[in-house]
Every structure is written in C-alpha cells, then in structure tokens.
Design a protein around this ligand. Structure first.
Ligand code: 5GP
Ligand code: MN
Length: 352
C-alpha cells in the first residue's frame, strides 16, 4: 500500500515495524493499548498480541483507555485488561516502566482520551499497528500503518507471521484475532475483505480456531432490553431522507436510561439504516451526556471519513467513520440535516 511504503521510506521518525523483529528475543516490559471504547478489533488485536508476546516470555499488560462492551468479556485474558478510567494509578506505573508501548487500532494519541498525556511522556518506545488514515507518525518509534488492511487484527497476524513466529499461533490467539477481523469486516462482507483476509482465516483454522464459538460469543449474547431498545429506535427515532438517500437515528439520554443501555448495546444500530434499499448514508447520533457521539456508514462512493472530519470533529475510514460534538442533540441533528443538504450532489440520485 502507498501509505505503508511512504511512511517506511520517508517518515523522519517512525521506522518500519520489521526493525523490531530481531529485538523480540530480548525481554521487554510491554504495555498494549488501543482506542477508547475498544471494539472487537481493538480488543481482539490487543489480546491476540498479548498472548503472542507472553508466549515469547515478555511481561505484558493491556490497558484500555475506557471501559468496553460486555460482549467482549469472553475473550481469553479480557479479565486482565486494565480500565484506565478506574485503574489509572496502577496503569500509570506500567506505562512509565514499559520498554515498549504498542498502540493498536488508532491513528492519533488523542483517541486514548485521558491516557494521551501519559503516553506522550512515556520514555519507552511507542509502536503503532493501525489501519486508519493520517496516522500521527511523528509520535511513534516504529510502526506500520496500512489503510488497505481489513483490521488491526489482520496486521497483528502479519506481524506474528512476518517475525517468523507463525508456529506460536494457537486457538487462543486465533479466537482473539478472528474476533477482530470478523467484526471489522462486517462478518467478511465489506470490500476490505481481501484474499489475504481469507488466507489468514485459513491459517487460524489450521491452528485450531473454533470460529463458530466466536460468532456465538459475540452475536448470541445480548439481553432482552437491547432488542426492545432497537425496536423503539427503529419505530420512533429514525428519520429517512429519501431525497438524500440518508437515514438518521438520534437517541437521547432519556432513551438510554429508560432501556438501561450500556456501552456496546448501540453497536451495529447504524447498519439497519444502511440496509434500507437505496440508502447511501446512515448515521446514528447518541447523547452520551458529556458529548454527542456520531457513527456514520456509507455505500456507493460516499466518503464518510471526509464528512465526519468536516462537520463532526471526527474521522475514520471511507465507509465507516465517527465523530463527536459538544452541542446539544437537537443542534447536532440540525447540523446533520444541513450537512446532507450541502452534500446533495453526492448523496442525491437527482441530477443537479
Ligand atoms: P464507530 O462508528 O464504530 O464508532 O467508528 C467507525 C470508525 O470510525 C472506526 O474505525 C473508528 O475508529 C472511527 N472513529 C469513530 N469515532 C471517531 C472519532 O471521533 N475520530 C476519529 N478520527 N475516528 C473515529
Ligand atoms: Mn479496526
């Protein structure tokens, strides 16, 4: 990929990740972290790497900037992950003492929220493994950034294989990495699902992966309230703007409280909008109290990364992005409606 070659060749700071392969034999104190509110890919890639580095004899801890969805708790060693929001003192010591700090599935340090300053001040080397656009390469000693990759989990698999350690991959590492690649590819349906993704899954199956266990753990583990909530949102909180081939769901704090909605329960909601015939852009805006968090998904060549950057202080990928606003929910909704009008030439099927 262009990004990978560009950064490996010209970046003044970040060296190609291959340069740490020879160092993997020396004992290291390692911290692994990921973006706030880690999703399946962030948690799966972090724990996959954790099990691998532990096998090599390193001392590792995974630190999440915030809490995470309960449907990730089944992952092997998820119970050892520190939540920075509730265990900052313990985590700070580990960050200060770490030789290596792996930063997975995020491009800019601000995506670790309150951990950002600690990570910047750390004397250990920061190592990036990520597939988002415009990485903050000057912040990393080593790394790989490749927007052509389906998931960070796939990149961790490449890292393990590239370092000559594919024999270390077992069913445990396989479950973590499979959860990451499967969730980030929408169960292998997005265009990012390349032949190399299927090769990776082939490799994991050969090494003992039980993939149906991962699907059940992730998708057949919800509580009734989540489905009542989805019903409520689809019936009462969804607007369809046929003129702009756009769907918006806006969810208040009162909705979240009424249905006892926890982190992760809203994941996937945005996809209902995109599955309506003809829809190009689907958005969910949720009032999380401290901020209004948006999720965007698109089809048919509409770039939600640019859209999220321009109007919602965010970013992400071409077809999946997010952002946040400080304004009240009603104002974010107005802003969204103005934004789709401004993008009418790209969203509408009418000719202007
Ligand atoms: P989600 O809608 O699942 O929260 O996020 C979709 C994608 O957009 C993910 O790849 C995520 O990393 C990215 N993303 C979500 N929120 C933000 C944000 O506030 N800033 C940036 N730069 N990326 C985001
Ligand atoms: Mn990812």
């Amino acid at each position: 990929m262009f990004y990978k070659r560009f950064y490996a060749t010209f970046a003044p700071f970040m060296q190609a990740i291959e340069n740490i392969f020879p160092l993997l034999n020396e004992f290291k104190k390692v911290v692994i972290t990921m973006h706030q509110k880690p999703d399946g890919d962030a948690m799966g890639s972090a724990l996959g790497l954790y099990h691998f580095l532990n096998k090599l004899g390193h001392s590792c801890t995974v630190i999440s900037p915030t809490n995470w969805a309960g449907f990730l708790n089944w992952m092997p060693a998820c119970d050892t992950v520190l939540d920075y929001e509730s265990q900052a003192a313990k985590a700070d010591v580990l960050i200060e003492e770490a030789d290596w700090i792996f930063c997975l599935d995020f491009n800019v340090l601000s995506r670790t929220k309150r951990m950002e300053e600690k990570l910047k001040a750390a004397k250990g080397e920061r190592i990036l493994i990520d597939h988002h656009r415009e990485p903050q390469t000057e912040m990393f000693a080593y790394g790989v950034s490749d927007t052509g990759k389906s998931s960070t989990a796939e990149m961790v698999y490449d890292f393990i294989a590239g370092s000559g350690n594919i024999d270390k991959v077992d069913a445990t590492i396989g479950e973590c990495l499979y959860a990451g690649v499967m969730t980030d590819t929408g169960s292998f349906r997005f265009p990012s699902t390349t032949a190399s993704v299927h090769k990776m899954v082939y490799g994991l199956k050969e090494r003992g992966l039980e993939h149906s266990h991962v699907h059940e753990a992730l998708f057949d583990n919800f509580l009734e309230n989540r489905f009542r909530f989805i019903g409520h949102v689809l019936l009462n909180r969804m607007e369809v703007f046929y003129e702009y081939n756009t769907v918006l769901m806006s969810i208040s704090q009162a909705d979240l409280i009424k249905y006892n909605i926890k982190t992760g329960d809203t994941e996937g909601l945005v996809n209902y909008g995109l599955s309506i015939q003809g829809i190009k852009l689907a958005a969910v805006v949720i009032d999380r109290g401290e901020e209004r968090k948006s999720s965007f998904r698109s089809k048919d060549g509409f770039d939600v990364n640019t859209f999220a950057r321009k109007y919602f202080n965010g970013g992400g990928h071409f077809n999946a992005a997010g952002g946040f606003n400080k304004e009240p929910l009603e104002e974010v909704v107005i802003k969204f409606k103005e934004a789709i009008k401004e993008n009418a030439d790209k969203l509408s099927t009418y000719q202007f």
